[in-house]
Write a protein that binds this ligand. Structure first.
Ligand code: PXL
Length: 286
């Protein structure tokens, strides 16, 4: 038996709205990975349109979490960070990565800052600068196209994109210092949406049919399934395809159900098939 993988998940806990830790922990668990939560803040909901949310900042506790875990001699197979609330938090995450990382730790940075050409509430342009430095510490980064534009000081354009534009963006992102990149929200034609990846083997694309609408939390769902699949030994390309399919299924299910997209997507119903796809359970089908 191989050892159980362990990941440090550095994200906020938004109680309602299905993003950050409330989706990342169950999806890492579904991949068989032990998920250790390093909460950056506690909110009643995400900041994406529900209004009136509570916010308790945990910046002052973050480094102590990292130091305590280090003192316990814990080995982390992955360190995965996402939405961060200030320049200071980004700097602290960089310190925690250096504190907890071993030779074989996979560092995944999702530079959550913006989507559809707009910064999330509470994200400042100064944070985008700092996020570039965090990306340099990562083995894999997972920006969407808006975040890629911010990281590269370029203007955001809504798609569809030509392959050469996407590959130029991926090559420019690589100069930030991270070898493996998964760019999300990539649409090469009107009817599809997916991801484009770059690694030492070149460029890869994956896509699914586009579902109309903006669904909250899908970036966190994509990045946590990607991280889980990578930890289970899938290549970057395979992992991105698994994450694309899983996210598409959740969005389609939610669109059919007609729930408020600010309430997040029904990813829970996809967990059994994700477990099968990651080879963690004998298939009961055929
Ligand atoms: O899904 C990214 C995210 C995470 N956490 C909080 C957010 C958002 C996006 O808006 O508001 C608190």
């Amino acid at each position: 038996m191989s050892h159980q993988m362990r990941a440090a998940a550095i994200h906020d806990l938004s109680g309602f709205g299905k993003c950050s830790l409330t989706v990342i922990l169950p999806l890492l668990s579904a991949a068989g990975v032990e998920a250790c939560a390093l909460p950056t803040a506690v909110l009643s909901t995400h900041t994406g349109g529900l209004g009136g949310f509570t916010f308790r900042d945990l910046t002052g506790d973050m480094e102590a979490f990292g130091r305590h875990w280090r003192s316990l001699g814990l080995h982390f197979d992955a360190i995965y960070s996402g939405y961060l609330g200030s320049v200071e938090q980004i700097q602290i995450v960089a310190e925690i990565i250096n504190l907890l990382k071993s030779e074989d730790t996979l560092v995944v940075v999702d530079p959550c800052m913006a989507d559809h050409g707009k910064l999330y509430r509470a994200i400042t342009p100064e944070m985008a600068k700092q996020m570039k430095q965090l990306c340099a510490l990562a083995d894999v980064i997972v920006p969407n196209l808006t975040e890629a534009a911010l990281l590269l000081d370029r203007k955001y354009h809504p798609g569809p994109y030509a392959k050469n534009q996407i590959e130029d963006t991926l090559a420019a992102l690589k100069t930030l210092g991270c070898e493996r990149i998964v760019l999300t929200g990539v649409s090469l034609e009107e009817e599809t949406l997916g991801a484009a990846c770059s690694d030492q083997y070149g460029f890869h694309y994956c896509s699914a049919p586009k579902v109309p609408g903006h669904f909250h939390g899908t970036g966190d769902i994509f990045a946590s399934v990607l991280t889980g699949a990578l930890l289970r030994g899938h290549t970057l390309k395979e992992s991105a395809q698994i994450a694309t399919d899983f996210t598409y299924d959740a969005v389609l299910r939610t669109s059919k159900a007609g729930t408020d997209p600010r309430f997040g997507v029904n990813f829970e119903a996809g967990i059994p098939s994700l477990i099968h796809r990651l080879g963690l359970m004998p298939s009961t089908e055929g």
